[in-house]
Design a protein around this ligand. Sequence first.
Ligand code: PEP
Length: 246
Amino acid sequence: MKKFIVGNFKMNTTTHEFAKYLDKFLPLVKDSKNVVGLSIPYTHLMLASQKLVSTNVVYGSQNISTEEKGAFTGEISNLMVKDLGAYFTLVGHSEIRKKFRETNEQINQKIIRALSVNLKCILCVGETKTERNANKTKQVLKKQLEIALKGLYENELKNIIIAYEPIWAIGTGKMPTVKEIEKTVCDIRQIVLDMFSQKSAEKICVIYGGSVNQNNSANILKIKNLNGLLIGGACLDPVEFANITK
Ligand code: PEP
């Protein structure tokens, strides 16, 4: 089974640096048996549309607006991102939830916007350390997923990738054990089952993110019910990211 390995650039690299990155990265991953994705700044989408055409690497944005067009200064819409050939958009990354007070309801609107133009969504969910210590992880994920996926038809779930990203693991070098990730992925599938069906729960793509690097990625990818990885810091080194995709 192919895994979906996505690198999240966050707010890093100029377009010039990104072009140099691709020159190094693309030859290293050209034979990858996995699906490789780059979640890049909006400013890089045009370059990606030129450089990634007829490669095995897909790309997408890190966010989209809840709105499609109009008086929303500083926003980027589903149509604009799709127009530049994006395959997916990230939604609900914890940095946006926290810094911009993004709500689950806004995330739901963004998902609906993305799906309306055939953009896949990588929906990030995850608990804080405090919530984890209070044994509230499943409860938090349930609320995030129930609101974010509200109103979706079951057949739209093929365009949703759920990224389980414990907030306390992002950029910290800390992470849950393999067993704990496996258990949480099971919980996520159970929530999807309760909302939709057994078939959807089995089929939905679930990936893990949070302090993954070339030393721990192979072990995490052994988790049977896990379909891939979302990588932040470690994807900025093209050689390390290429190693992870292998
Ligand atoms: C992320 O920001 O989505 C992420 C997983 O970051 P890192 O790999 O740096 O923890």
